[in-house]
Structure formats: structure tokens, C-alpha cells
Ligand binder design. Structure first.
Ligand code: KG4
Ligand code: ZN
Length: 362
């Protein structure tokens, strides 16, 4: 989908939530540097992200990460891309102001990136030195993260939302259930590990659907049923390695129900939109069962499946760089003196259609 001129070598900055990330991509979308400083240890004692702490940590980490990324690449930067929303506004502002100052001081073009569009392009990136894969005309894409769970149709790279969660995001439900068991934050990876030791057929859990909205889904009833089961059986508090069989079985059953909820609309969406590729991205796309199930869905429907490298499922700047390159190629440019952070989707980001303030955070 790129024009005939080569894309520009890009410095990308992502600070929307609890990861400070900086990347450099060459004009072919090859990831030349991919630096990340995770704040998980800072937020873990609180069981979730504390916005003020996130901003402070971004301020500390960002200049150092930019230096590291620049040191890893000899060639000149030609474009600056930064996540401008959605996310925590104070956290976003750190990246936005840094990127704007960087671009302004060097007279470089600047692009504002929608965090979700970054996730949407992440499956097309390679972390083993390859160029980014061109995006086919129609991509059916699931984004499932800590703040977001939706299906999109990407048409020539532009995202049209087809279905979404009506309450919690998938990752959020993993995080809340793990918290109820007093397991470590974020919950997704620990639930994934426990589920591998359990049997998903043991605990039966609800899979509520939304009447009249077949492509939307809900996780809050499922999450509440799991938390009720935890309280009724007085489970949790023993830590991950000490978790008894009943917790492993519960986590396997819960994980399967989440994956079912996410994938239930997929078959009908494929039939309706005839995509060239199906993708899944966002932190929950690191999940072992989700990856297996998306792959087998594609196999059974005869549609290619493309998943991001596990390292690029959670927040990173490489995806922001790629999204920024494609947006710039379509003519998007931000004014470094005016660019602001947008906590919610009340702005017109490049590459996203059907804007809605109900979309929520990243
Ligand atoms: O995309 P991401 O890094 O941040 C947001 O934009 O929200 O996603 C983080 C979310 C967390 O809720 C985390 O629990 C979940 O992704 N996650 C997983 C796994 N790894 C991370 N969920 C299920 N299984 C995993 N292996
Ligand atoms: Zn994200």
C-alpha cells in the first residue's frame, strides 16, 4: 500500500500506558532498534497501573531509550512518529512533547499515531531482520489488549470497527481474575501458564452474547462468575507455583471461555468480508490458546493467519513506527507546536475510521 517513493527511516515513541518504548525502523519497515523499559515492577504492588507513577517513569526512561536507539543505528532519522492516543493522558503527554521537540529541533516531519492502529499493523513486522510485509487489501483483525477488545476490517490499511466488547477488555478480565487470586500483575501471562497445567473441561462458565449485536461480546459476566467461584471455594493467596489443581482447572476453563467469546464472531465476519488475511494483536494475542485457536480457525476457513512475534503483542514502539510510516505515506503530518495527547478517541487519527468516544483507552 505504500506509494512509489520509499518510506522514511523513522524514530518511534510510545508512552501510552506502562511501557516506555522507542524504536527505529528503516524505510522498508525493518526494525533496526527496539528499546523497551517496562514499569511492571513499579505498578505490581498496586495490582494495576497508577497513572502518576507511569508519567514519572516515562520521564525518567525516555531520554535514555532514545539515546540507546540512536546509538544502535548510524543512519539519519527522517521521520518522527509518536503515540498521541488513546491512553493515559499524562503518560501520553511525555512522549508527545518529547517527540514534538525532537522533530521541531531537527526540522523533521512528525506523525501522530493511534495506539490501536499500531497494534493493527504489528503482525506485519518481523523481528529477525526482515522488512515489513506489505498489507493486503482486506485484513480481518482482532485487537485484544488490557483496555480494548475489537474486531476490525482493515481496507487498504484503514481500520473500520466491526465488533467490540461492551464492558471489560479481554486483558482486563485476565488481570482482574488474577488479582482476585492474589497472583502477580499483569494477570494474562500467569493465567496462561496456570491454564497449561489445567483441564478446561472441569468448570463450566457462562458465555453471554449481546442480543441483536452478534459481533459484540462481553466479559464482565464471565469474570464475575470466575470471581464468585474463587470466593465460594476460598481459593487464592498461595502464589503461582503453589496453585492447586482446582485453580489450574479454573484458569484453563476461564481462558477457554475468553477465547470463545473473542472468536465467536470470526466465522461470520470471514464469510461476510472475505479477508485475505486474519490477524490477532494486542497483549492478549500472546496467549497460547488464542494463538492456536486463531490459527486453526484460519486453517479451517482456508484463510492465511498472521500473528505478531510474541514480543510485539504487548506495547512496543516498532508498531508505532510502522503505523506512522504508513500514515505519513498517505499524507498525514502533525504540527509539532500543536500536537496534543488524546486520552480517548475524540480526535481524527490517521488510519482509523468510525471514531467513537466509547472506544475507551488502549
Ligand atoms: O497491548 P498491551 O501491552 O497493553 C494495552 O494496550 O492494554 O496488553 C496488556 C494486556 C494485559 O491485560 C495482560 O494481562 C495481557 O495483555 N496479556 C495476556 C498475555 N500476555 C499479556 N493475556 C493473556 N495471555 C497472555 N499470555
Ligand atoms: Zn496496547
Amino acid at each position: 500500500m505504500s506509494g512509489s517513493s520509499p518510506l522514511l527511516r523513522t524514530l518511534a515513541i510510545e508512552t501510552s500506558c506502562d511501557e516506555t518504548a522507542v524504536a527505529v525502523l528503516d524505510g522498508d519497515g525493518r526494525v533496526e532498534a527496539n528499546e523497551l523499559s517496562s514499569q511492571i515492577a513499579v505498578h505490581a504492588p498496586y495490582g494495576g497501573v497508577v497513572p502518576e507513577l507511569a508519567s514519572r517513569e516515562h520521564l525518567k526512561a525516555l531520554p535514555m531509550l532514545v539515546r540507546q536507539a540512536r546509538d544502535a543505528v548510524e543512519a539519519d532519522i527522517e521521520l518522527v512518529a509518536v503515540t498521541a492516543g488513546p491512553g493515559l493522558v499524562g503518560a501520553l503527554l511525555v512522549g508527545v512533547r518529547f517527540a514534538a521537540a525532537y522533530a521541531w529541533a531537527r526540522d523533521l516531519p512528525l506523525v501522530a499515531v493511534d495506539h490501536l492502529h499500531g497494534h493493527l499493523v504489528s503482525p506485519f513486522l518481523d523481528l529477525s531482520g526482515g522488512t515489513a510485509r506489505p498489507m493486503p487489501e482486506r485484513v480481518l483483525a482482532l485487537v485484544a489488549s488490557g483496555g480494548h477488545s475489537s474486531w476490525y476490517l482493515l481496507v487498504d490499511g484503514e481500520a473500520h470497527r466491526l465488533g467490540r466488547t461492551r464492558d471489560d477488555a479481554a486483558g482486563e478480565s485476565f488481570d482482574k481474575v488474577a488479582r482476585a487470586l492474589e497472583l502477580s500483575y499483569p494477570g494474562g501471562p500467569v493465567v496462561d501458564r496456570l491454564a497449561r497445567r489445567g483441564n478446561a473441561g472441569v468448570v463450566s462458565l457462562p458465555r453471554p452474547r449481546i442480543e441483536g449485536a452478534p459481533f459484540d461480546f462481553s466479559f464482565s459476566g464471565l469474570k464475575s462468575a470466575v470471581i464468585r467461584f474463587i470466593r465460594q471455594n476460598d481459593l487464592g493467596g498461595g502464589g503461582e507455583s503453589e496453585s492447586p489443581e482446582v485453580i489450574c482447572d479454573l484458569m484453563a476453563s476461564f481462558e477457554l471461555a475468553v477465547v470463545d467469546q473473542l472468536l465467536t464472531p470470526a466465522r461470520a465476519l470471514v464469510e461476510e468480508h472475505r479477508p485475505h488475511i486474519i490477524t490477532a494483536s494486542g497483549g492478549v494475542a500472546a496467549n497460547t490458546l488464542l494463538r492456536e485457536r486463531v490459527q486453526s480457525l484460519g486453517d479451517s476457513l482456508g484463510v492465511e493467519v498472521l500473528l505478531p512475534p510474541v514480543e510485539l503483542t504487548t506495547d512496543n514502539a516498532a508498531m508505532i513506527g510502522r503505523s506512522g510510516q504508513l500514515a505519513h505515506d498517505r499524507g498525514a503530518l502533525a504540527d509539532p507546536r500543536r500536537l496534543d495527547a488524546h486520552a480517548r478517541r475524540a480526535w481524527q487519527p490517521p488510519g482509523m475510521r468510525k471514531l467513537s468516544v466509547q472506544d475507551g483507552a488502549s
